[in-house]
Write a protein that binds this ligand. Structure first.
Ligand code: PLP
Length: 401
């Protein structure tokens, strides 16, 4: 008998499970709105032209080798990633108060940051918004932190529960860590306004809470890398300390390359260098050193003015297509006279719309219309196209009438 005979089957990941069910459905009209990955109008994955070109250059450059890179990753990549999120003129970067390490996309960067805090920070509680990306509680619990929640989304308005957020952060013990989605909150698509961010900043600083930004969608929300980084830059500008996990999965379409970064902004360059020395001790026994390929692509694009411009144009095209899908879906529901207020579809931002459909309505749409999404009613706008909007609008209409 197997020594593993006692092992019980684990449940499918709720998000990846949607794709498993979708793949089994033979219907020609089936639609997968579960995955958080960009699709073209034709429903195909997209590799950016600028990424293809840089990859060709990397392959043809015979001076390049496959040696291990440092524990902290490629130095160029780290420096350029910090500039991308904090701004090229950021005093924190210029004063060497920031330590940046390459991470295994957003997830790996969050995990390294979490383990560093669990080991070295005096407060081991992290507050997560309700709801949040399903992986957050698991990543931070396994990193050794204790997870608590703060109110974020108000189902009644399908918008921000700003009062609840302020109340919950006010009553968090001093020093607590607060996870903030830098932009394009997943799964709700609801972001605070800049004025609200400023109030959140004041509260966080006055209570000496420690902000930990998850920046998985820079440039993907508004189409502008700078606009989407504003909340993070607001917090850096006050001179206080914070962490940021960056991902290049969405904004460069490098999902499977697993390329991201963790930055910790400190009060002085001396503290930053000691922090970095401890980050190495977190990373070394976890995976020794990060992969070279994806980070080389990113560094090449960020380093070169022409490639960078080309990237921003392709990035904006992705963001614009998603924004146009919002408008088309909203218009299609209005045209059908679908009961209810659907304006949140055009108010929300980023990859996802939190439709407000309940799990029975979601099941109905899957069973009757072959439309797949997570049971919380979240749909990926990036998985829609002009051709599939009418089918989705029909399904939503039927589900709520
Ligand atoms: N954080 C949020 C809010 C996300 O939505 C995602 C991806 O869906 C991630 C982090 C991490 O993604 P990755 O590890 O692929 O960069």
């Amino acid at each position: 008998d197997s020594v593993f005979a006692q092992i019980v089957r684990a449940p499918e990941d709720p998000i990846l499970g949607v794709t498993v069910a979708y793949n089994k459905d033979p219907s020609p009209v089936k639609l997968n709105l579960g995955v958080g990955a960009y699709r073209t109008e034709e429903g195909k994955p997209l590799v950016l032209n600028v990424v293809r070109r840089v990859e060709q250059q990397l392959v043809n450059d015979v001076s390049r080798n496959k040696e291990y890179i440092p524990i902290t990753g490629l130095a160029d990549f780290n420096k350029l990633s910090a500039k991308l999120i904090f701004g090229s003129d950021s005093p924190a970067v210029q004063e060497n108060r920031v330590t940046t390490v390459q991470g295994l996309s957003g997830t790996g960067s969050l995990r390294v940051g979490g383990e560093f805090l669990a080991k070295h920070y005096h407060q081991r509680t992290i507050y997560l918004p309700t709801p949040t990306w399903g992986n957050h509680p698991k990543v931070f619990t396994l990193a050794g932190l204790s997870v608590k929640a703060y109110r974020y989304y108000a189902p009644s308005t399908r918008g921000l529960d700003f009062e609840g957020l302020l109340e919950d952060l006010s009553s968090a013990p001093s020093g607590s860590i607060v996870l903030l989605h830098a932009c394009a909150h997943n799964p709700t698509g609801v972001d605070p306004t800049l004025e609200q961010w400023e109030q959140i900043r004041q509260l966080i600083r006055s209570k000496a809470l420690l902000p930990f930004f998850d920046s998985a969608y820079q440039g993907f929300a508004s189409g502008s890398l700078d606009a989407d980084a504003q909340p993070v830059r607001l917090f850096v500008a006050d001179g206080g300390e914070l962490l940021v996990a960056q991902s290049y999965a969405k904004n460069m379409g490098l999902y499977g390359e697993r390329v991201g970064a963790l930055s910790i902004v400190c009060k002085s360059s001396d503290v930053a260098s000691r922090v970095e020395s401890q980050l190495k001790l977190v990373i070394r026994p976890m995976y020794s050193s990060p992969p070279i390929h994806g980070a080389s692509i990113v560094a090449a694009i960020l380093k070169d003015g022409n490639l960078y411009n080309e990237w921003t144009i392709e990035l904006k095209a992705m963001a614009d297509r998603i924004i146009s899908m919002r408008q088309q879906l909203f218009d299609a529901l209005v045209a059908r006279g679908t009961p209810g207020d659907w304006s949140h579809i055009i108010r929300q931002i980023g990859m996802f719309t939190f439709t407000g459909l309940n799990s029975e309505q979601v099941s109905f749409m899957t069973n009757e219309y072959h439309i797949y999404m997570t049971s919380d009613g979240r749909i990926s706008m990036a998985g829609l196209s002009s051709k599939t909007v009418p089918h989705l609008a029909d399904a939503i209409h039927a589900a709520v009438t």
